[in-house]
Design a protein. Structure first.
Length: 210
């Protein structure tokens, strides 16, 4: 009788252990739980904007499960995040090759480098002033347009390590917009995709840890 009860207890413990294991395995399938245990992985290209929230030469929070970056021959998939009016927005992606695939975006899991681009000024002699009528019917407004000067910091997606810095000029096609939103004071053009590609092609970093 005692042995039967002991066997029943053991069976119940085994069933409970298996059940708990299945629950734990099921929880691991949930992205938030998986990220908390194993570290974050990017699921959308716009997710990389958080890496541009750092200060100085330090990035914001990296992605421990992003693709590893090894210096040398590419391709090294990258994403550019431009900061405009305090908002970080997805701008451009590509690979570090002489002839990048312009119409093909890398998967978030494949991105190795994140370039954070911030407007820091305007190219001398390019600024123009454009008048607009306020949509509310009050006095008109003026907006300054110009060719932007951008400071770019490039980080390794997996570690947040700084790969390099650069300064780039925006598109030189500066013109007044047909319409503009009320309250807007200035707009400076961003670099074209090929300009970012040339900057990224010449950068190297220490290898990621496996």
């Amino acid at each position: 009788m005692r042995e039967a009860r002991l066997g029943l207890v053991v069976r119940r413990l085994l069933v409970a252990t298996v059940a708990l294991g299945l629950v734990a395995w099921g929880l691991m399938l949930l992205p938030p739980v998986n990220d908390a245990v194993l570290g974050d992985r990017p699921r959308d290209l716009a997710d990389f904007a958080r890496m541009c929230e750092g200060e100085g030469d330090s990035s914001g929070e990296p992605f421990p499960r992003a693709a590893a970056y090894e210096p040398g021959a590419g391709p090294h998939p990258w994403v550019v995040i431009e900061e405009e009016d305090g908002w970080q927005t997805y701008s451009s992606t590509g690979t570090e090759t002489s002839e990048p695939e312009r119409d093909k975006e890398p998967d978030p899991d494949a991105v190795q480098l994140v370039a954070c681009s911030v407007v820091t000024g305007v190219v001398a002699g390019t600024a123009i002033t454009c008048p607009y009528n306020n949509p509310l019917g009050s006095d008109g407004q003026t907006i300054e347009f110009g060719q932007g000067l951008h400071t770019v910091a490039v980080y390794e997606a997996r570690t947040g390590d700084l790969v390099g810095n650069g300064r780039l000029e925006g598109d030189d096609a500066v013109e007044c917009w047909e319409t503009a939103s009320s309250g807007m004071e200035s707009y400076y053009t961003a670099p074209e995709r090929d300009v970012y590609a040339d900057l990224l092609a010449g950068m190297y970093a220490a290898p990621s840890a496996p």
